[in-house]
Ligand binder design. Sequence first.
Ligand code: SF4
Length: 380
Amino acid sequence: MFEPKWYQSLGLEDIAAKVRDGVRLSLEDGERLYRCPSPLAVGALAHQVRTRCHGNRTFYVLNRHINYSNICVNGCLFCAFSREAGAPGAFQLSLEDILGKLTEPEAAAITEVHIVGGCHPDLPLAYFETMLREIRRIRPHLVIKAFTAVEIQHFADREKTSVGAVLARLQAAGLELLPGGGAEVFSPRVRRLLCPNKLSGAGWLAVAREAHRMGIRSNATMLYGHLESHRERLEHLDALRCLQDETGGFLCFIPLPFQPDHTLIENARATTGVDDLKTIAVSRLMLDNIPHIKAYWVMLTVKVAQTALHFGADDLDGTVIEEKIGHMAGAESDQALTRSQLERLIRDAGFEPVERDSYFQPVARPDQTEAAPARHHPCP
Ligand code: SF4
């Protein structure tokens, strides 16, 4: 949908023309989109880009999340997941626990395991290498997406070695991709207030850069809806866009609405549906070089995630099976969705569901009609 008069009436005709012509948006353009009183107008622009990139396809993955431990030295104020060692609610899974989660019937069809945890004070890198090798042994075809940039830097600090050396050891043990967590908002102001002990935004980008240089692709997130301004969100997106220009290593961007329950942020409130949808749309419009935008139903709620497919998102994440990080902070969604639930959500929104692998390539199942190959190219 492209209605010049509509955008003229909103004072956005120049931005609409840029979107139509594939011209990069400035941070000021992003601020104007956030100020636009019509979320539908912003969403329609994002939908235009999403359709140009992916047609009518919406992707999902059969995956399983595993949180190996919530013990963390960082104590970020927005985090309801982490605990100090020995505190009530602290946990650490054994290797047997982890492997058991990948041999249970619910995990039989998954193609990806997503593993993250806190920055544990004591676990050596060898523990993680063994974890990956054992997963590789029992599930050789599973893609292992594991450890945020924050965890990778923590491993390097703990081992007194470089990020490159850590990544090389983990890669040799089976690591294929990094998830996008830990990015939060890169703004030093916000990080000083919310997570002063955590890896800086520049540090997060440096780990991603090194991973991409080594052929390890990754995702990127943004946690929004706490203390940050729209400008700080846009600067975060721009930093990702610049790194993507340099490396091309990001597969997908995932905006994560802040979940306020059980956090240490005073007077914290959940984001609104309009803010969620606008943020998805603005992300699609600003990140002209990152191919996919994920509507992560766990944090957004299933209903908002489904709606977000009309606001620029082309991916609904996956089955998940077990989720702790968002739910310990009050996420209201279920812990898991089945393939048929995901497909129904996508079809009911008017799109064609495509099961994908971790690299966004279609998965053909012998029991199903083969999915058509995706047009796998960066967005214009
Ligand atoms: S957000 Fe991550 S680094 Fe921060 S306290 Fe929670 S688990 Fe630790």
